[in-house]
Design a binder for this molecule. Structure first.
Ligand code: KIV
Ligand code: ZN
Length: 405
């Protein structure tokens, strides 16, 4: 099946950084940008230059360091904003000016206090101004998913006429659903893009936990750029998670025939770098990069995994750069996993000894969350009479709270 190419627009350093607790200094932003370049993203949105001196400097520094991809700077549809974004990008190898204006009545009335025709004029003027500085101009209709569709199409038409080549229809408040978003993208494609060389971009927030599902629906409907962040960081409940979108396209290429430029084995290292920079981990059950994404505790699952990993894993940990699958010994584990770990630790148990060790392990597991190698060693020593191994040796052997297969 032939594959369409989808561009990955990473906004970890802009929308991601806007979320509470995620601010990064210049050195951290550059470090992250270099990692994103190695990961293979197509565009890095490096900041919002008018917002602060720090953002301006970060866009300049990222543009100086990342020469193999596009660097985008965000600006409102105001003259000074556009000029500041252009100045920040002036030394970029490949620059994109990304200008945005809200199009929903609720934003026009209560936030911008502008009429619909004023917003159309502002859009036209900002895109024209941006085109004086850069070939590549993206226009975003903020709160597109709560906008009147006829008016949204009028604003987007004005942006294309003024020279925008990328049209973004963000789900700014994470409100849409996959079917509704599909319809929106199809309308924009049919009514605005038509046969012109204009890319539809999507940008989804996760307030209802639908950001990735909505992004995938939009790609199927014709979007060819997707805006997302590492670990899904971003305003409120976050942005669509880059690693989830990429792996959904990768694992389900049979249903979603869309290619990206991402080196999937760099996903986990990139996620880890971001966590270390912002100072907090993703939740353990986070898809793709969470601590439990490749961990198994239930006995039936562990038994299946030890026979053939495909029984309970739809991708290999190494495909996303996770070092290995882990089997966690706990109260749900079975004999097979206990036997395997005992063997790995160098204990050969008879059938009766294994049964006894298994019973002791499940009793202990009722009182504590995980069974460590030191616990197992003590149990084995009790049932087989072999001496315990030195604590230092056990500590050196123990890897996290599980063991690898
Ligand atoms: O969520 C949003 O609408 C945005 C725009 C600035 C693209 O972040
Ligand atoms: Zn956003």
């Amino acid at each position: 099946m032939s594959q369409h190419r989808v561009s990955i627009f990473d906004t970890t350093l802009r929308d991601g950084e806007q979320s509470p607790g995620c601010s990064m200094n210049l050195r951290e932003k550059v470090r992250m940008a270099i990692k994103l370049q190695d990961l293979g993203v197509d565009i890095i949105e490096a900041g919002f230059p008018i917002a602060s001196e720090g953002d301006y400097a970060a866009v300049r520094a990222v543009a100086a360091q990342c020469r193999e991809l596009k660097v985008a700077a965000l600006c409102r549809t105001a003259e000074q904003d556009v000029a500041r974004a252009a100045e920040a990008l002036k030394d970029a190898a490949h620059a994109r000016i990304h200008t945005f204006c809200a199009t929903s009545d609720i934003h026009l009335e209560h936030k911008l206090k502008k009429s619909r025709s004023e917003v159309i004029d502002m859009t036209r003027a900002a895109v024209r101004q941006a085109r004086n500085y850069a070939e590549d101009v993206e226009f975003s209709a903020e709160d597109a998913t709560r906008s009147d569709i006829d008016y949204l199409c009028e604003v987007l038409e004005a942006a294309v006429d003024a020279g925008a080549s990328v049209l973004n229809v963000p789900d700014t408040v994470g409100y849409t659903t996959p079917v509704e978003y599909t319809h929106l993208v199809e309308q924009v494609r049919e009514r605005v893009v038509r046969d012109r060389d204009v890319i539809i971009s999507v940008h989804c927030h996760n307030d209802l936990g639908l950001a990735v599902a909505n992004s995938l629906a939009a790609i199927e409907a014709g979007a060819r750029q997707v805006e997302c962040t590492i670990n899904g960081i971003g305003e409120r409940a976050g942005n669509a998670s880059l690693e989830e979108i990429v792996m959904a396209l990768h694992v389900r290429a049979d249903r979603l025939p869309f290619a990206t430029n991402i080196k999937t084995s760099e996903l986990y290292p990139t996620s880890q770098l971001l966590s270390s920079i912002v100072g907090f981990d993703v939740q353990p059950n986070k898809a793709i990069v969470g601590r439990n994404a490749f961990a198994h505790e239930a006995g039936i699952h562990q038994d299946g995994m030890l026979k053939d990993r495909r029984t309970y894993e739809i991708m290999r940990p190494e495909d996303v750069g996770v070092p290995r699958t882990t089997l966690v010994l706990g109260k749900h584990s079975g004999r097979h996993a206990v036997q395997k770990r005992c063997e790995q630790l160098g204990h050969e148990l008879t059938r009766q000894q294994l049964d006894a060790a298994y019973r002791l392990m499940t009793t202990l597991a009722d009182t504590q969350k995980h069974i460590t190698d030191a616990d197992l060693d003590r149990i084995v020593s009790d049932v087989s009479g072999t001496p315990r191994r030195p604590a230092r040796e056990m500590a050196a052997q123990e890897a996290g709270y599980g063991f690898g297969v």
